[in-house]
Design a binder for this molecule. Structure first.
Ligand code: G6P
Length: 437
């Protein structure tokens, strides 16, 4: 890119996470000439949007940056001629997330924002909306990069790759968080570490960890098995069995607990839903607190309380990517991109999460080849679930939706798959026009 000024469009700008993104922009002004940020949201989010843009203004003024900030409900105006479109919205808000978490729990199935039936429901609501946004990008900013954070990020990115021409990269904060936590346990700075990552979003393994040219995978697994901190604030830190980790031989991501330790995670979820509410219900309280704080006119930086949310480091992940693309750095990042033969045996058009070289030509994944049998079965099964979910979301197809849940490893039998599906369709009726036939 040779442009001397950059425009960012933030879809879902009223998110409580946005101050983190602003901080990320302000930290990089010496090499990222961001001159305009246009935050956009829907009518229901207008109040939050205004609070966020006021705080963003104070943050920008504090460092004396020359950035025009705009906030509106006009998505097309925000997208027009943007260089980067960042998507971070939540269709149905936290209420819908709470329902995604509660419905499966009724059937003794994991109820979680992105994995299992919860993530499935979120995908059904979100995919039609992202495709609509992509129509606008194709028309109004065809050269823009869309960096998608909207969950379930892998599925949403796959829908965009399959059904639009938009240049897109899906992103998550899990890989960068894994790197920070491993650096901490190894007592080194994160830039000394290299992780060979491959899998799917929220189903990512670091297959090898390197420190100063030495393979330290076994050592890291030993520390994780020994109880070193290795989770996200939104995931219960069920201890790992060291014997299992040694046998697995790859470093699982925190979300793997749902797949490998399902009974314990389910028991914990049920207990905490009864005691303190589901994660969404807890986050609603945190959000209220955050927006109270954001309205304090003396606040001119990201408040520490934001770290209670699971999305820590998300601005680093996305702004580092903007940096790599704009400045053509050809550095390695873990991203969600089209497989294109990277993981042998998965379809070319499946979106995977893996280490990739990123420059102004986009993200090119590093070849993985065949995954070991210890992990490949789970990847294939979850990918089949994801493919079916994308098709169900796009076409409003009940059979594919049923098969998606029936193939999800967290759903133990078809009777429960069907009951959960029917509950999801009913509870989300207003957000699923594609199923109304
Ligand atoms: C993790 C995930 C994100 C997710 C977030 C939820 O960090 O990687 O995809 O959105 O947690 O955090 P929350 O605080 O909303 O539960």
């Amino acid at each position: 890119m040779t442009k001397s000024s950059l425009k960012l469009a933030i879809i879902g700008g009223g998110s409580s996470y946005t101050p983190e993104l602003i901080e990320g922009v302000l930290k990089r002004l010496d090499h990222l000439p961001v001159k305009e940020i246009h935050f956009v949201d829907i009518e229901a989010g207008q109040n939050k949007l205004e609070i966020i843009v006021d705080l963003a203004r104070r943050m920008v003024e504090k460092v004396g940056a020359d950035i025009t900030l705009k906030a509106s409900l006009d998505r097309r105006a925000a997208i027009k001629e943007a260089d980067f479109v960042m998507t971070q919205f939540r269709v149905g808000g936290l209420q819908a997330r709470a329902s995604d978490e509660r419905i499966p729990l009724k059937y003794d199935v994991i109820g979680q924002e992105t994995t299992g039936p919860g993530g499935f429901a979120k995908a059904l609501r979100t995919i039609p909306v992202i495709l609509d946004i992509c129509n606008d990008i194709e028309e109004l900013a065809p050269n823009a990069w869309m960096l998608n954070f909207t969950n379930p990020a892998g599925l949403v990115t796959e829908a965009v790759q399959k059904y639009t021409k938009v240049k897109t990269i899906g992103l998550c904060n899990v890989p960068v968080s894994m790197e920070m936590m491993i650096a901490e346990m190894m007592g080194c700075s994160p830039d000394k570490l290299t992780l060979e990552c491959a899998g799917l979003n929220h189903l990512l393994w670091a297959h090898r960890a390197w420190l100063d040219g030495k393979d330290v995978t076994a050592e890291v697994l030993g520390k994780v098995g020994d109880g070193a901190n290795f989770s996200m604030t939104n995931i219960f830190e069920e201890p790992w069995d060291p014997v299992f980790l040694k046998a697995l031989g790859a470093i699982p991501c925190p979300y793997h607990r749902y797949f490998y330790q399902t009974d314990a995670m389910l028991a914990e979820e049920k207990g905490s839903a009864e005691r303190d509410g589901t994660r969404a219900e807890q986050v609603m309280a945190t959000e209220r607190e955050l927006f109270e704080l954001y309205q304090d006119t003396s606040l001119d930086q990201k408040p520490e309380q934001l770290e209670q949310r699971g999305g820590a480091y998300y601005s680093d992940a996305s702004l580092n990517l903007v940096d790599a693309i704009y400045n053509d750095l050809n550095t390695i990042h873990v991203v969600n991109v089209r497989n294109n033969g990277t993981i042998a045996g998965l379809p070319d058009d499946a979106v995977i999460e893996c280490s990739a070289v990123v420059g102004n030509w986009g993200a090119r994944p590093l070849a993985v080849g065949h995954l070991s049998p210890a992990v490949s079965g789970l990847v294939h099964q979850v990918k089949a679930y994801e493919q079916l979910t994308v098709e169900a979301a796009v076409h409003g197809d009940y059979d594919q939706a049923f098969m998606a849940l029936a193939n999800n490893p967290l759903v133990p039998d078809i009777k429960r798959a069907k009951a959960i599906l029917d509950d999801i369709l009913k509870a989300n009726h207003d957000y699923l026009p594609q199923f109304s036939h």
